[in-house]
Design a protein around this ligand. Structure first.
Ligand code: 15L
Length: 271
């Protein structure tokens, strides 16, 4: 049986996967920045700062697949993004080399594409258009996946996660970006179980009617979402939209409007 490590297990997405993957019988080691309360006696847990190679060694010894969620998950000042999302990821990949980890699943984000308009529809090979420093760090992460596959033969899957909060969509934007917990778990299981993938990217959203991404083109791991945010469209759209005009123009929402200084493009104007 494959040994799977999960970093960032103390976060929202991490918590859903920690419980869900163990329920499915995955042999899991979970890591958090802070010590994690065991879910059952003998749960395989580590904690610490992933910029420290000794912590990375404890996380990756004997591991076949790493699901790497750890890092800053929102827009933060540059030094924090560099430490948590660039340096820590580098240490994790170097640890993957030392320990012969076969596959790294990287939590990328829709924010690597957040400056596309909400009227745009994206394919998997769409050029990056990050909406801030956090989105930029995901471009770094996807490029690392590419390099460690090309130079070191470590398989990489970049999950371009939309909105996965373990709850129904809250606003109009999330009707496009939502990822339900059942689909999230299926996505993680496909990342563990899929045959050879080399270096691949997957849109991490549910089968949303209003998706901005082309799910019809398929993906290398056979992820086939079954949930759909549209189920909540009536109640979501009956509420006032909390997003401002800039956040409603770009796919990244409030990440795009944060520190935005250009003139707001007119509807239909090409950028
Ligand atoms: C993300 O990548 C963030 O980690 C999360 O906090 C949400 O903002 C999500 O994207 C989203 O776009 O809704």
């Amino acid at each position: 049986m494959k040994k799977v490590a999960l970093s960032g297990a103390g976060g929202i997405v991490g918590g859903i996967l920690r419980r869900g993957l163990q329920r499915k019988g995955v042999d899991l080691r979970c890591a958090g920045w802070q010590p994690l309360e065991p879910l059952h006696p003998g749960e395989d847990l580590v904690h610490g700062d992933l910029r420290d190679p000794a912590v990375v060694d404890r996380l990756l010894a004997g591991v076949d697949v790493l699901i790497h969620l750890a890092g800053s998950s929102v827009e933060r000042p540059l030094p924090e993004i560099i430490d948590n999302n660039l340096r820590a990821l580098y240490e994790v990949y170097e640890g993957a080399r030392r320990h012969g980890v076969k596959r790294v699943v990287f939590a990328s984000s829709n924010h690597a594409f957040g400056m596309y308009r909400t009227t745009d529809r994206l394919k998997l090979d769409a050029p990056f258009r990050p909406d801030g420093l956090y989105g930029l760090s995901k471009v770094w992460g996807e490029a690392m996946a590419r390099m460690y596959w090309d130079k070191h033969g470590i398989e990489g899957i970049s999950l371009r996660i939309g909105t996965a909060m373990g709850q129904p969509p809250e606003n109009a934007r999330q009707l496009s970006t939502w990822l339900g917990s059942e689909d999230l778990l299926q996505l993680a299981m496909r990342c563990i179980e899929a045959g050879p993938v080399g270096c691949a990217a997957v849109w991490g959203i549910s089968a949303n009617t209003r998706a901005w991404y082309d799910l019809a083109e398929g993906n290398a791991i056979g992820y086939a979402p079954v949930e759909n945010a549209e189920r909540w469209a009536g109640e979501v759209l009956a509420r006032p939209d909390p997003l401002d005009a800039i956040a409603r123009t770009f796919q990244g929402g409030s990440f795009a409007s944060h520190d935005y200084t250009a003139p707001l493009p007119a509807a239909g104007e090409r950028a």
